[in-house]
Design a protein around this ligand. Structure first.
Ligand SMILES: Cc1ncc(COP(=O)(O)O)c(C=O)c1O
Length: 372
């Protein structure tokens, strides 16, 4: 008979760093049929062209490995069309299974054990486990003052003194919305050419400040920019994101991923989404309108809140974040408590959708928070 008592000593042991890991965890299940204001997703779905393209997929496409040709060109064209000062070459683009996969690949390609990852706090929760997995040291510098300013001076000092291998800048930052001027990002990137400065621009389309119109990756090869089709284009379920940087750096980051990590459905949807930029632009416009509508409501009712970049805001409900999160869930609305994040005690993060969705949120919130 098998000796179950000693079972655990006989199994292969994972790497020490993996055993000690706090994995990224989020309440991802049971979200269908709710108003989802908890993950900053697109709240209305992708362009009808995306659905049309997906419906037209032939049976054999499922049994053939995916092909990517033309996608980098289409994405480069989409970026370059958005701003006359952006001039990205397709060779400067890498395609990933969501920006999450590009973040993991960056750490895989560059993060050595005991080297330093520098970032801010609170910020997007996946950077830390990616650094921990590689046994990296982590320094997180808090956002400053009641309006969560980017700790520019402290970050510069830390780059100079501590020589981080990777600096992660989320711009605008999730969840504080903090925006950092692109000129400042270039200033940071010029401090130490051996620090890889990664700018996560997931939310830049919603009141953000992209560094892309200002950067020449040939002259600044230690800068990498991340963009995704999850949030604006509404493809979060299909998983596709991009890293943009000097072509050698991008090839290196891509080299640690599998050859077919991005699936055919995501590729077909991406082509359709990138062709219909006007749909994305109209959605962003609606979100910004709704953001203003909600901002006025919060101001008029003296509710403590913080709105800056991105398609989300922070607010401090009177009845506390946990109770309010629960009560909203009972009304079919999902939001995220930020109670455990540094400097965000008592707060909720609410994603912004269109006006009708924000009106629904407000009606429920008004009752729960006893606003009169
Ligand atoms: C700042 C930030 N970066 C990256 C991601 C992940 O994006 P993707 O869906 O492309 O993996 C998220 C998702 O919430 C995010 O908020």
């Amino acid at each position: 008979m098998e000796n179950t008592e000693n079972f655990h000593v006989d199994i292969p042991m994972p790497r020490k760093e993996v055993e000690a890991l706090n994995p990224y965890s989020a309440p991802l299940e049971g979200r269908r049929n709710m108003l989802r204001l908890d993950f900053n997703e697109n709240t209305i779905g992708p362009s009808p062209l995306v659905i049309q393209a997906l419906k037209a997929i032939k049976r054999e496409e499922v049994s053939i490995y995916p092909e990517y040709s033309g996608l980098k060109q289409t994405f480069a064209k989409n970026l370059n069309n958005q701003n006359p000062n952006i001039n990205i070459n397709p060779s400067e683009i890498g395609i990933f299974n969501g920006v999450d996969a590009s973040i993991n690949a960056i750490f895989h390609a560059y993060g050595n054990k005991n080297e330093l990852m520098l970032t801010t706090s609170p910020t997007f929760g996946y950077y830390t486990p990616c650094a921990q997995m590689r046994g990296m040291r982590i320094i997180s510098i808090p956002y400053e003052d009641i309006d969560f300013k980017y700790p520019f001076k402290k970050i510069c000092e830390s780059v100079v003194q501590n020589n981080p291998k990777i600096l992660l800048i989320c711009n605008p930052n999730n969840p504080t919305g903090t925006r950092l001027n692109p000129e400042k990002i270039l200033e940071i990137a010029r401090l130490k050419p051996k620090t890889l400065v990664v700018v996560d621009e997931l939310y830049e389309a919603f009141t953000g400040d992209s560094v892309l119109p200002y950067v020449n990756f040939t002259k600044l090869p230690n800068l990498v920019v991340l963009r995704s089709l999850s949030k604006t284009a509404g493809l979060a379920g299909l998983r596709i994101g991009f890293a943009i940087g000097q072509s050698g750096v991008i090839n290196l980051i891509n080299s640690v991923t599998g050859p077919y990590d991005v699936n055919s459905f995501a590729v077909i949807a991406a082509f359709a989404a990138l062709k219909d930029q006007s749909y994305v632009d109209a959605y962003v416009k609606d979100v910004l309108k709704a953001r203003n509508w909600l901002k006025i409501k919060l101001e008029n009712h003296n509710i403590k809140h913080h709105i800056d970049g991105g398609n989300y805001l922070l607010l401090w409900p009177k009845s506390g974040p946990i109770e309010t999160e629960k009560a909203l869930k009972n009304s079919g609305i999902l939001v995220r408590s930020m109670d455990k994040k540094i400097n965000l005690k008592g707060s909720l993060r609410v994603s912004i959708g269109n006006i009708a969705q924000m009106k629904r949120f407000w009606s429920a919130f008004e009752l729960i928070d006893k606003i009169n």
